[in-house]
Ligand binder design. Structure first.
Ligand code: URA
Length: 268
């Protein structure tokens, strides 16, 4: 039975925090409410971007507000200027256009072997990834590692992994189209710099973002698609997200078929 502490009882802060975590609380929010829309005033617009129209003003008519288009252009310019993965990581750290960065604890860039041929692309960091600063380190990540181990592939040696978004959406909510559009220039440059021989899209968000479609993962998974990279077409396979498989284990059979198709492509 749950014990409720009375005002007279001394509260052990560690026990209290543990109790919050057990209740599912995974974020701290400050005592004072924050107006995140007012925070937009601080969004940095690159000096190198020259919009055709004058920038919008905030309610008080003072500081300029960056439109989505301008922010995407800023991301495109920053990404285009990167000639290495480390430069890209630094450019993402410099980019203040996406408000998810304000609530995230870490910018999550990549994990795995940067010299491998396979690039896995997930959705966005969750609570564990945000805390540790690496993609797919929580429960879903552990299942992902087991899935690839079943086709003899290890993260440290055989593949590289990143996400569409480098910042955790608060409460693990689904990222908005605007957030994805804003981070897509960085992901596209990430693919150009990594030069994969095969891409695996993990879940609906990365599949719809990179295939530029509204079709759901159920219809996209298990089929090969092409990613245009210079003169080449890189084979790309969407698969179910391991977080979805944890909730809906009956789809593991289909996921296994997709993994076998990936394995077959790699040995052919
Ligand atoms: N889910 C994702 O899509 N990416 C992560 O890094 C973790 C969970």
């Amino acid at each position: 039975m749950m014990k409720i502490a009375t005002a007279e009882q001394e509260l052990d802060p560690i026990q209290l925090l543990k109790w919050y975590v057990e209740c599912g609380v995974d974020e701290t929010i400050s005592d004072q409410p924050v107006n995140w829309f007012a925070e937009n005033e601080n969004i940095h617009i690159s000096q190198t971007v020259k919009p055709n129209n004058p920038p919008a003003r905030n309610a008080s008519g003072s500081a300029p507000l960056a439109s989505n288009r301008e922010l995407i252009e800023t991301a495109e310019k920053l990404a285009a200027g990167c000639d290495s993965l480390s430069a890209l990581n630094a450019a993402i750290l410099e980019f203040d256009g996406c408000s998810l960065k304000k609530t995230a604890s870490n910018t999550v860039f990549c994990d795995g072997n940067p010299d491998s041929d396979i690039m896995l692309i997930g959705e966005a960091p969750g609570a564990d990834e945000d805390r540790i600063g690496k993609p797919f380190v929580g429960q879903a990540g552990q299942l992902l590692d087991r899935m690839f181990a079943a086709i003899d592939m290890k993260r440290e040696k055989d593949f590289y992994i990143t996400n569409v978004l480098p910042w955790r959406p608060p409460g693990n909510r689904k990222p908005t189209d605007q957030e994805c559009d804003m981070c897509l220039p960085f992901l596209k440059r990430h693919i150009e710099l990594f030069k994969p021989k095969l891409i695996v899209l993990i879940g609906g968000t990365s599949a719809t973002a990179l295939l530029n479609t509204k079709t759901g993962i159920t219809r996209l998974r298990g089929k090969w698609h092409d990613y245009p990279l210079g003169d080449e077409k890189i084979p790309m396979m969407p698969i179910y997200h391991p977080a979805y498989l944890l909730r809906q284990p009956q789809f593991k059979k289909q996921a296994w078929h997709d993994l076998l198709a990936i394995k077959e492509k790699l040995v052919s």
